[in-house]
Structure formats: C-alpha cells, structure tokens
Design a binder for this molecule. Structure first.
Ligand code: FAD
Length: 364
C-alpha cells in the first residue's frame, strides 16, 4: 500500500475552470478550494472520501446527473508506472491509459496528480426528508417511479437510516442544482410522496452538503458493503429492501440508492472504461456495527450479503467497482461491461507483471 494522504494540495485555475489535485486530496479539499471562485467539482456524497480513488473508479454524487461521473471530469493524470517512468495521460498523450484510468481504478500505476474540470455551482437547494417506517414501502415505490423522469438538475438519494429511537426510517435526500426558484416546486412535489415527519431543505454550498452526509459515517465503526445495479426499482426490489431493513442485524446498518441519469448516461459506454451508462439505481448496502461487538461481524456481513442476494434477480450483471468486495467474483467479472478486453490489453501494456492491483482486481 502506498500512502498518499500527505499530498493534499489543490490549485484552482478559475479562468479555465480547472483544479489540479494532488493524489491524497479528499473531496472536501477540492470543494473548499474551488468554492471561493463559485466553482465546484463532481464528487461523491462524502467529503472525507479520497478524490483519486473516487475518480479513478467512477464517482456517483449530487452533480452526476448534471455534469457526469467524477471520472468524466478528468482532463489528465500524472501517473507513476511500474517501470519507473512518470508520464502524463490525457486524450493526446497515452490516450489508451487515459481511457483505462477512467473506470479501471488503480490497476495501472500511481496517479500522483489529476486535472479536473470544474463547474459553476454556488448554491444548491438540498436537505433531508424522513418518513416513518409504516409508509416506507409506499414512499420508496413512488420515489422509484418519479425519479425516472427527473431532470439533470435533480439528484435524490433515497434509502434507510437509523431513526432517532433506533428503528429504521426512510429518507429522501434531494439536491437541486438548477435555478433556485424552480427547485422549490420540485421539493414540494417530493414531500407529497408521503407524510414526512421531518423536513429540512435549505440553500447550501457543496461543502455544507458533503458535511451533512459525513455526519452519517461514524468514524471507528466497522463497515461491510455490498452493492447492486438495478435497472428499475421494481416492487419486488422495494419489498426486499424493506424486509431486510426491518430485520437488520445491527441498528446502525443502512441502505442507500443513488439514481444514475442525465449527463452521465449521455457518454458512450466505450468512451471510458466505466462499465454501465444506462439509467439505473446504484444500491449501497452498508452493514455497520460497533467495534466492541466484533464477534458478531459474520452475522452483520451475512445480513448485507443476504439483501444483495435477494436483489440479484432484479439486478443488472456486475456492480460498481468502487463498492464491490474482492470476493464478489460473480459481479466483478461483469463490472466493466464490454470494456473488459480493452482494459486487459492496457493492463498488459502498462503493468505486464501485475505490480498494481486496485481494491478489486481486474477479472482474468
Ligand atoms: C464513507 C464512504 C462514502 C462513499 N460515498 C461514495 C459516493 O457517494 N459515491 C461514490 O461513487 N463512491 C462512494 N464511496 C466509494 C468510494 O468511491 C471508494 O471507496 C473509493 O475507492 C475511495 O477512494 P479513496 O482514495 O478514498 O480510498 P483508497 O482506499 O485510498 O483507494 C481505493 C483504491 O483506489 C485506488 N487509488 C486510490 N488513489 C489512487 C492513486 N492516487 N493512484 C492510483 N490508484 C489509486 C487504489 O486502487 C486503491 O486501492 C464511498 C466510500 C466511503 C468509505
């Protein structure tokens, strides 16, 4: 393992709308550096996640429907290769490597710095709506129906969180990145999907939004993640999520759904190494437990696996490489879609001895 966490510099060229990001910078570092210029990067939902790992594997986040995945904003990368050379990969220099880095993760070398396209985003309309468990199934079903028609400006994460008394609650977390007055009507429509017992929607910066999500990831807990790609949120899939969440093995466990639509779907599947460009739901199944209860770890992992298995019939093959576990072979082999043979070819050219492996290896 190479620890790059000390390399957190971010430089902004405001006129060109480009951030030059050192390999250890976190999403929050990039957002904080760009904000004074009224600019923002496409990041995931959490500020504490590393920008390099997120971008090389994909990058689903609140601005993905508007501007593409984080990897779609990569303009060039400086890479240390297995043979000791340090090169720049971009659309002109080493275009094959540049293609593979966008979705193929850390399988080709060490990215020491990246240039990322920024976008003009000052304020978002965003927040959280919570619904009681008795109406969770209805609201989740309605969410699945409405989000399929969402415009690029709207991202809505949905799922299950621990409620104040430990029981699960259904959450909708909308983010509107378009014209603010229009966003107000969108939020009112979302409220009508049920009878929320808590609503907080405010104008906020991207930094404040990431801070809101960071609060749900408690440092020091143990986590195990399983993932699926659903083409649609069918009634059976909703029923599986609700049943599993009702019987969670730990009160801290969560489920989150990110809807992939808009700009990210208008990129051709072979334009980058990322494996899936059609509309879909990314399901994150997160088992979470306190370290003092480590003896129960197998049970919590099994809970996540069971939900993953029950979603399998409704799922697309594969899964998001950044969330797959290294033993999920039935999904790993389809994670890169039709791009896998070109990825293997680039791997052979740039790392023939297999010096580098990502969190999940490329399928053989
Ligand atoms: C709390 C949390 C929230 C998350 N939320 C989201 C989300 O909203 N959207 C989303 O898309 N994903 C999300 N993820 C998944 C996240 O994208 C992956 O975990 C990603 O791999 C994190 O990258 P990292 O650099 O922080 O991690 P690391 O563990 O440092 O890196 C993970 C892998 O990425 C590769 N890598 C990292 N840096 C480099 C580099 N400089 N050069 C070459 N390879 C490198 C390596 O293969 C490494 O094994 C989340 C993860 C967590 C833990």
């Amino acid at each position: 393992m190479i620890d790059l966490s000390g390399m957190r510099q971010v430089e902004i060229d405001a006129a060109a709308r480009i951030a030059t990001v050192a390999a250890g910078a976190r999403a929050a570092d990039v957002i904080a550096a760009a904000a004074p210029y009224g600019l923002a990067a496409v990041t995931g939902n959490c500020g504490a996640v590393g920008m390099a790992g997120l971008t090389l594997g994909g990058g689903y986040g609140p601005l993905t429907a508007r501007y593409g995945l984080a990897l779609d904003t990569l303009l060039s990368a400086e890479v240390g290769l297995a043979d000791g050379r340090c090169i720049v990969a971009d659309p002109v220099e080493h275009p094959d490597l540049f293609w593979a880095l966008r979705g193929g993760g850390g399988n080709f070398g060490v990215v020491t710095s990246m240039r990322l396209r920024l976008h003009p985003v000052e304020k978002l309309l965003a927040g959280m709506m919570l619904f009681t468990w008795s109406e969770a199934e209805t609201v989740l079903r309605r969410y699945g129906e409405m989000i399929e028609f969402a415009p690029d400006e709207l991202a809505v994460m949905a799922g299950v969180l621990p409620g104040p008394d430990g029981d699960p609650v259904l959450f909708l977390s909308p983010v509107w990145s378009g014209e603010l007055a229009q966003g107000g009507q969108v939020m009112r429509d979302l409220r009508r999907l049920g009878t929320p017992f808590f609503v907080q929607i405010d104008q906020m910066t991207c930094g404040e939004l990431l801070g809101m999500y960071d609060a749900h990831v408690v440092s020091g807990r143990h986590y195990a993640i399983e993932t699926r790609w659903l083409p649609k949120l069918t009634p059976d899939a909703v029923a599986s999520i609700i049943a599993a969440s009702t019987h969670r093995s730990s009160p801290f466990s969560m489920v989150a759904l990110h809807h992939f639509h808009g700009a990210a779907t208008r990129v051709r599947e072979d334009a980058t190494a990322f494996g899936l460009r059609q509309d879909h739901f990314l399901v994150e199944i997160v088992a979470a437990w306190e370290p003092g209860f480590a003896k129960d770890a197998a049970m919590h992992r099994q809970w996540a696996r069971n939900l993953c298995q029950s979603l399998a019939p409704a799922s697309l093959p594969g899964g998001y490489a950044n969330l797959l576990s290294p033993d999920a072979w039935d999904q790993i082999k389809f994670a890169y879609g039709s791009n896998i043979s070109r990825l293997r070819h680039v791997k052979y050219r740039f790392d023939p001895d297999g010096v580098f492996t990502s969190a999940i290896p490329l399928p053989v």
